[in-house]
Design a binder for this molecule. Structure first.
Ligand code: LFR
Length: 507
């Protein structure tokens, strides 16, 4: 049979891509049609997404996808990072440039929220981990601003881009759960939470579920891209992490996953949320997944820490050795090789600490954290890189252990998907830290999950998540890492951070 072609728009924090997936009964291949940078811009002290440039990147990507072969696309799906949004006037005009979740405007929002709703009550209803940038904190911080006051409608980032393509507003459920305004038991709005906080839920257009239709391309877009009418947009797991977890090639139920990239999202797929006080204290989230699932996970800083270090080294031009190791991005390979030779577990930091969320001065912040916990301060880029990767592996292990304990499940395999798949040292250290086999791949899990949900909605493939995953397993290249080394070294490293981590989780 002739394969169907689907365009997956997948926007990450540092780049966006339009990827074409070809799907037939036993076949699944990806081609990258277009990749473009995502460059946040600070204006008058506020960090913004450059949303029009991202939209133009999508149009260029769709054009490239249309030109790449004469065979038509069957549909388009969009996934991006979570929590952020655009505000629209009644006529659909975007009222302000969306603010980046790493902006510090939400610094005092949790206190304000706690005055009306205790963290315990908020968690018991929404099951969402405390992250300073959750949409409720952004909305509380924006209360009284001209844009929010004038807003007629709020669209989460993938819904905003989809609206521009089709003219049809909607709120996709997996991403909506990250607003902290959804009750994971009913999978519908947590109206009492919104009311208590004075958040107007009528700003959100009706909920859509992954697989639901999301309109067809407007005439303007057809003209801009050279695509032919009528081309539908299908709602997918529009939160990139939801799509990435669909893209985990698991073949048994006893798996944990780590979706890696700017963040590491480490945890389990569950059928029902865990809303216990122990789960709240451990800062686990119950985001909603595709097909009625729950993503029970913790956010870990991820490769952001390394990206920010490299950016700092590139702009600083320190000693000659450091330059050799870090100035050119092609030297990332050299840097990782040097890190692999550095002393293991010499110093570790808490990669779950929100102190690492904001941009700038990352090597100094890592050095400070080592100093505070009485550990040697990394001196070179290689040592700092090793510290970051050891710390990530340790945080991966802790999240997976905690998730298993808090949900009463057993984990026998760890799947790593996303950009971190290319980082063999991180994969090996994670296997070592967890004491479990790691299966790494695919790197483009979010795009694959996006494509698979579209293909199923179009009737090209059938089945539940396990059938979709079986197709991934049989078509995508995967690499396995077995645990090595002295496991107790990881216990000792964890003990060095123990107290700091417990204190943070309890607040
Ligand atoms: C990953 C991700 C995470 C979310 C963070 C902020 O790209 O979507 O799941 O917590 O970005 O939106």
């Amino acid at each position: 049979t002739t394969p169907h072609r689907f365009a997956a728009v997948d926007l990450g924090a540092s780049s966006g891509r339009v990827i074409v997936g070809e799907v037939a009964a036993e076949r699944l291949t990806l081609h990258e049609a277009h990749r473009f940078p995502n460059q946040p811009t600070r204006v008058l002290g506020t960090l913004h997404w450059d949303i029009l440039s991202l939209y133009q990147g999508i149009l260029n990507g769709l054009k490239a996808a249309a030109n790449s072969t004469p065979r038509p696309l069957t549909s388009i799906g969009i996934d991006t990072w979570a929590v952020d949004y655009g505000l629209l006037a009644a006529d659909g005009t975007l009222l302000a440039n969306p603010v980046h979740y790493r902006d510090t405007r939400t610094t005092n929002a949790a206190e304000k929220v706690a005055k009306v709703l205790s963290p315990q009550a908020l968690y018991a209803t929404t099951g969402i981990q405390h992250l300073p940038f959750n949409t409720i904190y952004q909305l509380i911080s924006a209360q009284g601003t001209p844009a929010l006051t004038a807003a007629h409608r709020l669209l989460l980032i993938p819904d905003l881009l989809s609206y521009w393509l089709t003219g049809e507003p909607g709120t996709e459920l997996t991403n909506a759960s990250t607003t902290q305004l959804i009750d994971p038991r009913t999978r519908d709005w947590a109206t009492p939470v919104a009311q208590a906080l004075g958040i107007d839920l009528t700003l959100f257009p009706p909920l859509r579920r992954p697989g639901d239709p999301a309109g067809t391309l407007r005439q303007e877009v057809l003209a801009q891209t050279g695509l032919t009418t009528p081309l539908p947009v299908t709602a997918v797991g529009s939160h990139d992490t939801a799509s990435a977890v669909v893209g985990v090639p698991a073949t048994t139920p006893d798996f944990a996953y780590i979706a890696t990239g700017t963040w590491s999202l480490a945890g389990l797929e569950l059928d029902a949320p865990v809303l216990t006080e122990a789960s709240r204290a451990a800062n686990f989230t119950n985001e909603l997944g595709v097909d009625g699932t729950v993503r029970y996970l913790r956010n870990i800083m991820g490769l952001w820490m390394l990206q920010e270090c490299v950016r700092a080294w590139e702009s600083r031009g320190t000693t000659a050795t450091q330059r050799i190791q870090a100035t050119h991005t092609q030297d990332l390979t050299a840097l990782l090789q040097a890190a692999a030779q550095a002393t293991p577990l010499r110093s570790v930091v808490d990669a779950g600490d929100p102190a690492f969320i904001a941009p700038d001065h990352m090597p100094d912040r890592i050095a400070d954290a080592c100093r505070r916990t009485g550990q040697p301060v990394p001196r070179t880029p290689a040592e700092t890189t090793r510290c970051v990767l050891d710390s990530l592996a340790l945080a991966h292990r802790r999240a997976i252990d905690d998730a298993a304990r808090l949900s009463g499940r057993t984990v026998r395999t760890v799947h790593i998907v996303g950009g971190g798949v290319h980082n063999a040292l991180l994969c090996q250290l994670t296997a070592d830290a967890c004491g479990l086999p790691v299966i790494a791949g695919p790197a483009e899990a979010a795009a694959l999950g996006n494509v698979l949900v579209q293909a199923r909605a179009a009737g090209v493939i059938t089945g539940g998540l396990s059938e979709l995953r079986a197709l991934l397993h049989s078509t995508q290249p995967l690499r396995q890492y077995e645990p090595t080394g002295d496991h107790s070294a990881w216990d000792r490293a964890a003990a060095r951070l123990g107290d700091a981590q417990v204190t943070r989780a309890a607040t």
